[in-house]
Design a protein around this ligand. Structure first.
Ligand SMILES: Nc1nc2c(ncn2[C@@H]2O[C@H](COP(=O)(O)OP(=O)(O)OP(=O)(O)O)[C@@H](O)[C@H]2O)c(=O)[nH]1
Ligand SMILES: [Zn+2]
Length: 217
């Protein structure tokens, strides 16, 4: 027998509490969960009636402290976070899950180690592998009880990552539509974004290589 959403939620994480979260674009409700296995605090930002059965505009965002908070231009994370919240605000309905999967699951310190290796010539995948990690060490299992908490079963998912779409399908979550999220392509992250497209399957048109002195990472 498949577990009910409540059973799954009890097994994997606890729902704790919520508050209003005004942002520059809309007033969301911020909901907090705690993961049993790790004690990590995962978040959901919710706007409008997301539990009415209609596919929900959604973003499953992996934590990137450097990009989301420290304005790093090495990646596209901060701009994707902002872009996703703006789109949800414009529609007046949607959900963003903020998962504490820093560095594609290897943690902040290891991501910084990976960045250092990238400065020596490795790409984002090779750097992870040199550190003994898979290219992508994320696990999306928590997404199911988090969406279930809000009655969300069908998504219009903002992503360029086909593996994320497959992961949702394996969890029994319908991706009714993929909404591309192409933002903040710059000289510093074009090699990174091209590697994601070439090696991780992200759905992005490769960018033209920049001159070497143009901050390639
Ligand atoms: N290990 C590692 N993690 C990185 C690197 N750059 C960004 N990240 C992490 O990658 C995660 C974001 O994943 P991405 O591959 O950029 O994007 P995605 O979530 O798979 O796909 P989208 O939905 O299209 O954004 C965040 O947790 C970042 O901290 C890197 O060079 N090495
Ligand atoms: Zn990032």
């Amino acid at each position: 027998m498949p577990h009910s959403a409540d059973t799954a939620a009890k097994e994997e994480l606890d729902y704790t509490t919520s508050c209003a979260l005004p942002t520059p674009w809309a007033q969301f409700t911020l909901h907090a969960f705690v993961e049993h296995a790790t004690g990590k605090e995962h978040l959901a930002m919710v706007l409008g009636d997301v539990g009415n059965g209609e596919p929900v505009l959604a973003r499953v965002h992996s934590e990137c402290l450097t990009g989301d908070v420290l304005f790093s231009q090495r990646c596209d994370c901060g701009a994707q976070l902002e872009g996703a919240l703006k789109r949800i605000a414009a529609e007046g309905r949607g959900i963003l899950l903020y998962l504490r999967q820093e560095g594609r699951g290897i943690g902040l310190i290891n991501k910084i180690r990976a960045y250092r290796l990238q400065e020596g010539g490795a790409d984002t995948v090779q750097a992870n592998e040199q550190l003994g990690f898979k290219a992508d060490a994320r696990n999306y299992a928590l997404v199911r009880p988090m969406f279930a908490k809000f009655g969300v079963t069908s998504l219009r998912l903002m992503t360029n990552n086909p593996r994320k779409i497959d992961a949702m399908a394996k969890l029994g979550i319908t991706v009714a539509e993929r909404v591309p999220l192409l933002v903040n392509r710059n000289a510093f992250n074009q090699h990174y974004l091209n590697t994601k497209a070439a090696k991780l399957g992200h759905m992005m048109t490769p960018l033209t290589p920049a001159p070497a002195e143009d901050g390639e990472l």
